[in-house]
Ligand binder design. Structure first.
Ligand SMILES: Nc1ncnc2c1ncn2[C@@H]1O[C@H](COP(=O)(O)OP(=O)(O)OP(=O)(O)O)[C@@H](O)[C@H]1O
Ligand SMILES: [Mg+2]
Length: 256
């Protein structure tokens, strides 16, 4: 069975790309093949793996034209078992070009159905921080949504809005869309405020919140600069272990 998982929260900078990058690494280490789809014109995930190419083919081509074979856009990354369909700024042009067109939110789902990437048990779609066309396409194509939050208030408000948006998409178009889980990311020191915020979140959303939380660490930007997910960059670190545990939870939730 293939799982298509959107990594979404319309709050900027809460760790969507970091989660896609490192969780893909942790699943690859467990011998799962992962396809990443970079759905953000800023292309942070493509840059993270060193496959960004402003002149080359990108996801924009497949969203703009139904005749483009999605499979031809897939590129290897430095990590075995992790492949990526890169993004570039042209995603913004595609959005403008399709403005007002019927079915514009269905493009990613349509191209994935037309060109199924059956080799990959996991497809992750790294979303842009906005509730617009690109996130809409991701939430229509996905079966599940992983929502990273940091414990700042903005991020929690944005999470609630993202859940609302998912409810709308579930009601209108993508009836089976599930919340895979809420991931507490970038946990700084265990201040009282942070503990209370975490307790609140776990009290309110219960099992939806992953048991694993990801600490704040300078290793996160360092690993990205080295183009290596943390399980490869610092395999024995506490952070690598957190991503392995998160990968186990993600696998287990798919089996339940
Ligand atoms: N656990 C962490 N520890 C330290 N730094 C982190 C952590 N998670 C994310 N960051 C840093 O925070 C910044 C934002 O993270 P990231 O790019 O993953 O967020 P995003 O949600 O994808 O942002 P955007 O909404 O702009 O796409 C990055 O510089 C990243 O290195
Ligand atoms: Mg991002």
């Amino acid at each position: 069975m293939q799982r298509i998982i959107a990594v979404a929260n319309h709050k900027g900078g809460c760790g969507k790309t970091t989660t896609a990058f490192n969780l893909a690494g942790a699943l690859a280490e467990k011998r799962r093949k992962v396809l990443l789809i970079d759905m953000d014109a800023q292309a942070a995930l493509s840059k993270g793996f060193g496959v960004y190419d402003a002149e080359g083919a990108s996801l924009a081509d497949a969203l703009a034209s139904e005749s483009v074979d999605l499979g031809e856009l897939v590129r290897p990354t430095p990590i075995d078992n992790v492949h990526i369909i890169p993004a570039d700024e042209r995603l913004r042009e595609v959005e403008l070009g399709l403005a007002g067109k019927f079915g514009r939110e269905l493009r990613l789902r349509a191209t994935l159905r037309e060109h199924p990437q059956a080799d990959y048990p996991f497809i992750f779609v790294d979303c842009a921080p906005s509730l617009g066309f690109l996130m809409g396409n991701a939430l229509v194509a996905a079966g599940e949504v992983l929502i990273p939050v940091d414990l700042g208030t903005d991020s929690l408000d944005a999470m609630v809005e993202t859940l609302e948006h998912m409810r709308f998409i579930r009601k209108e178009i993508n009836y089976g869309l599930k919340t895979l889980g809420i991931l507490i990311n970038d946990v700084k020191s265990r201040t009282l405020y942070m503990q209370q915020a975490e307790e609140f979140l776990r009290g309110k959303y219960g099992e939806l919140v992953f048991r694993t939380a990801i600490n704040s660490s300078v290793v996160v930007p360092d690993a990205k600069r080295a183009r290596q997910p943390i399980v490869y960059y610092q395999p024995r670190s506490a952070l690598a272990e957190q991503y392995r545990q998160l990968a186990d939870e993600v696998i287990a939730r798919g089996e339940g």
